[in-house]
Design a protein around this ligand. Structure first.
Ligand code: G1P
Ligand code: ZN
Length: 540
């Protein structure tokens, strides 16, 4: 039986950089999740009778939320749901399933790398038929629906059994529970040279993969250990847990500190890697050398033709604006276009769909390609393994040779979390107001050449996205970027991105003094004083 439930709008359901993210307690309020999901459905004309893919990263509330979504889907005449067993699907695997099954779209439950548990975060995002995050016109439409919703419909009946693979029904709707790994593993086999990677492991090559008790555990065990023959125990923290074992499933040197210690310790493995809550981010650590995500993207681009899937070359590459410009140098040498987009994977979708870009990446540990429409953590690790196997060089040598050839973009990101939202907005407004006067001014022996608030004209659909962050580019080619995060759940998060280039003849030049860029910002707008902080909460 389908019942209609009366409700009232919430005013805070505007999706951010990557869907709607809030504390679990917010989502668990009566009608909150229901309103948002019903608003997604209302913003999707033609949904009746269609297939949707559903899955999440296994965090606290994942299972309850999926049961709610199933009943709402039945109430809104969805034809069929494809759901990962136990409600699990990594974000890239969900993207692949949408594409492979020509589904109408998918709902992914995740707050990515944010902590989970009853006091932690939860999130929900809609991906469209291309497998990628909903474009802004769709998230705007969902938000508009959420502001005027008065009722939703749901199936009144028993829960679905998420733990049994096979067919079930929920009212008139089909529900198919599938293995979360099978199709994804098959796709990886098509892209990479599995024989070469298996050969690498046969020589005793040691990989250490930290699944951080998040969704990639089952994917990593199947691919690295079962299929490619890495030693048992290669994958640690492999069981997905609702609270990620109390950890923070963000694969950066701060939160993956055990991995970093191991890779810098005696008898370190050959390659260290980790992924985040929902499996779309990656950390790559060579023996004794952390590979910054922006550098990783550049290495993948420079070596892409060694990989079967990219053997014919890249159509183009794309990076988010704050990502370092290391990949730009590779693109220049390859004679291909490097697109600079706003932060967030959704901006890569059009470029990938139109065949303008093959590889994409963000400084926030995200790399991916046209194989799906999300960034992909396990894929990035396989890419590195395939390069190492094909070149017969270890990861340290590969990185150093890259810097010798292209030069090195020294880079750091400073995050100021839970800043008072009003102060953060004021700071950004003040800085924007100063922009016209900055070009030509000198600071600490460097001169600002360009000062703007980044805006992006999508070359495919011509849409314009404005106010994406302040960029200051100096005559030394150093760059300073300041932007407000779109994924924080409490107060505001400000991010500073500092970058300096050493040309090929001085590639190892000290990890470069990036600090002067942050003090320059203090001179320009009293940054630290204005937000009431003396130092960043996280440096990555
Ligand atoms: C952050 C990252 C961004 C990434 C997003 C979703 O967004 O900076 O690159 O796409 O998470 O994983 P932000 O909080 O900066 O808006
Ligand atoms: Zn993620």
């Amino acid at each position: 039986m389908i019942e209609t439930i009366q409700t009232q709008p919430f005013d805070d359901q505007k999706p951010g950089t990557s869907g709607l993210r809030k504390r679990v307690g917010v989502f668990a309020q009566p009608h909150y999740l229901e309103n948002f999901v019903a608003s997604i459905f209302a913003a999707l004309p033609g949904l009746a009778g269609q297939t949707l893919v559903i899955g999440g990263d296994g965090r606290y509330f994942n299972d309850r939320a999926i049961q709610t979504i199933i009943k709402l889907a039945a109430g809104h005449e969805v034809g069929r749901l494809l759901i990962g067993c136990n409600g699990l699907l990594s974000t890239p695997a969900a993207s692949h399933l949408i594409r492979k099954n020509q589904a109408f779209g998918g709902i992914i439950l995740s707050a990515s790398h944010n902590p989970g548990g009853p006091e932690g975060d939860f999130g929900i995002k809609y991906n469209a038929a291309n497998g990628g995050p909903a474009p802004e016109r769709l998230t705007d439409a969902i938000f508009a629906e959420s502001r005027r919703i008065t009722a939703y419909r749901r199936y009144a009946g028993p829960d679905v059994d998420l733990s049994t693979i096979g067919e079930q029904r929920c009212g008139a709707m089909r529900v198919t529970i599938i293995d979360p790994v099978d199709d994804y593993a098959e796709l990886m086999r098509e892209l990479f040279d599995f024989d070469a990677i298996a050969g690498l492991f046969r020589t005793g090559f040691r990989l250490h993969f930290d699944a951080m008790h998040a969704v990639t555990g089952p994917y990593a065990v199947r691919l690295f250990e079962d299929i490619l023959g890495a030693a048992p125990g290669t994958v640690v923290n492999q069981r997905p847990l609702p609270d990620f074992g109390g950890g923070h499933p963000d694969p950066n040197p701060v939160h993956a500190h055990e991995l970093v210690a191991r890779m810098n310790g005696p008898d370190a493995p050959d390659l260290g890697a980790a992924s985040d809550g929902d499996g779309d981010r990656n950390l790559i650590h060579a023996r004794g050398l952390f590979i910054a995500p922006s550098d990783s993207l550049a290495v993948l681009a420079a070596n892409a033709t060694l990989i079967p899937a990219y053997a014919d070359g890249l159509a183009g590459v794309a990076r988010s604006m704050p990502t370092s410009r290391a990949v730009d140098r590779v693109a220049e040498e390859l004679g291909i276009t490097c697109y600079e987009t706003p932060t967030g994977w959704k901006f890569f979708g059009n470029l990938l769909d139109a065949g303008r870009a093959t590889l994409c990446g963000e400084e926030s540990a995200g790399t991916g390609s046209n194989h799906v429409r999300e960034k992909d953590g396990i894929w990035a690790v396989l890419f590195w393994l395939n390069i190492i196997a094909a070149r017969g060089e270890d990861a340290v040598t590969i990185m150093q040779r890259h810097w010798q050839r292209f030069g090195r973009n020294h880079y750091a990101r400073h995050d100021y979390e839970e800043v008072d939202a009003g102060k953060a907005r004021e700071l950004m407004a003040g800085l924007r107001a100063k922009l016209p006067d900055l070009p030509g001014t000198s600071w600490q022996e460097d001169t600002i050449e360009l000062a703007d608030d980044f805006s992006y004209r999508d070359p495919v659909d011509n849409s314009l996205t404005e106010h994406q962050g302040v960029r200051l580019v100096f005559s030394s080619d150093a760059r300073l970027v300041v932007r407000l995060s779109g994924t924080g759940t409490v107060g505001a998060t400000l991010r500073l991105y500092l970058e300096r280039f050493s040309p090929p003849d001085s590639p190892d030049g000290s990890s470069a003094d990036l600090g002067y860029l942050s003090s320059t910002l203090d001179e320009i707008c009293d940054f630290h004083a204005a937000i009431g902080r003396t130092s960043p909460s996280v440096i990555s």
